[in-house]
Design a binder for this molecule. Structure first.
Ligand code: GDP
Ligand code: ADP
Ligand code: 5GP
Length: 214
């Protein structure tokens, strides 16, 4: 196995009901750990940009027609319909990030998580829970990006999303933000310490340590 394989980054799936804080946690984690170590996969979506959202930074905003073309081209690692829009992860972008040895985080729903797990059994999945329903609703309002109708729709979908919590490897309760960030960091850091990756990364050192008759 070559050096590139040895340094392949981990795939870390993050799901949560809308408003639980996953985007904020992912952004803070990248800021703290550094872009050279961890990046987020930028999804394609057919939903309209929210105020302040930048094409190519938060999402690749595409038309429904272009999205369908990308499906036909097998350009997606996974894709799903969420809240009446389509969302998908570009296969090419993920492979390029992973090959650079960067850990890749996916802010995706439970349907996308199921698809990635099926193809990539080593992917790690984390579910972020809000401390209560009332707090979840308050955060959606506080964010100030969605209309009352959209907030009501997202609250209704929150329970359905949370019903998939049992499919995930790790669960974080995002009550105190700093604590949740510390917990997410612990998961990302420990994923890099798994034996398979470490054995490859430290092959020469292990050979030296384990050499007979030293
Ligand atoms: P948020 O819930 O407030 O972060 O709202 P977004 O519009 O950013 O995301 C809507 C839903 O789509 C969430 O459940 C995301 O996890 C999910 N999502 C975002 N990107 C992707 C993707 O590339 N693939 C899949 N399967 N789901 C995604
Ligand atoms: P998501 O990406 O899961 O939809 P966001 O990251 O957009 O959620 O967070 C929703 C809102 O809640 C934002 O205004 C964010 O600043 C706020 N928020 C996130 N985590 C916490 C927390 N632990 N305590 C209080 N507010 C939070
Ligand atoms: P929002 O419209 O609020 O940005 O996102 C709504 C939901 O779509 C979030 O729960 C988010 O995790 C999910 N989502 C965003 N991108 C993708 C994606 O590429 N694939 C899947 N499956 N879900 C996504």
């Amino acid at each position: 196995m070559n050096q590139t394989m040895a340094d392949r980054g981990s795939l870390i799936i993050i799901s949560a009901p809308s408003g639980a804080g996953k985007s904020s946690l992912i952004a803070a984690m990248i800021e703290a750990r550094g872009r050279d170590k961890v990046q987020v996969s930028i999804s394609h979506t057919t939903r309209a940009p929210r105020p302040g959202e930048v094409n190519g930074e938060h999402y690749h905003f595409v038309s429904q027609k272009d999205f369908m073309q990308l499906i036909d081209d097998h350009a997606f690692f996974e894709w799903a319909g969420v809240f009446g829009n389509f969302y998908g992860t570009s296969r090419h972008a993920v492979e390029a990030q992973q090959a650079k040895g960067v850990d890749v985080m996916f802010d995706i729903d439970w349907q996308g998580a199921q698809q990635i797990r099926k193809h990539e059994p080593d992917a790690i999945s984390v579910f972020i829970l809000p401390p209560s329903r009332a707090e979840l609703e308050q955060r959606l309002r506080k964010r100030g990006t969605d209309s009352e109708d959209v907030i009501a729709g997202r609250m209704a979908k929150a329970v359905a999303e949370m019903s998939h919590v049992h499919e995930y490897d790790y669960v974080i309760v995002n009550d105190d933000f700093d604590q949740a960030l510390e917990e997410l960091t612990a998961i990302v850091v420990s994923s890099r310490l798994r034996r398979a990756g470490q054995s490859l990364r430290h092959k020469a050192m292990l050979n030296e340590l384990l050499a007979e008759g030293a």
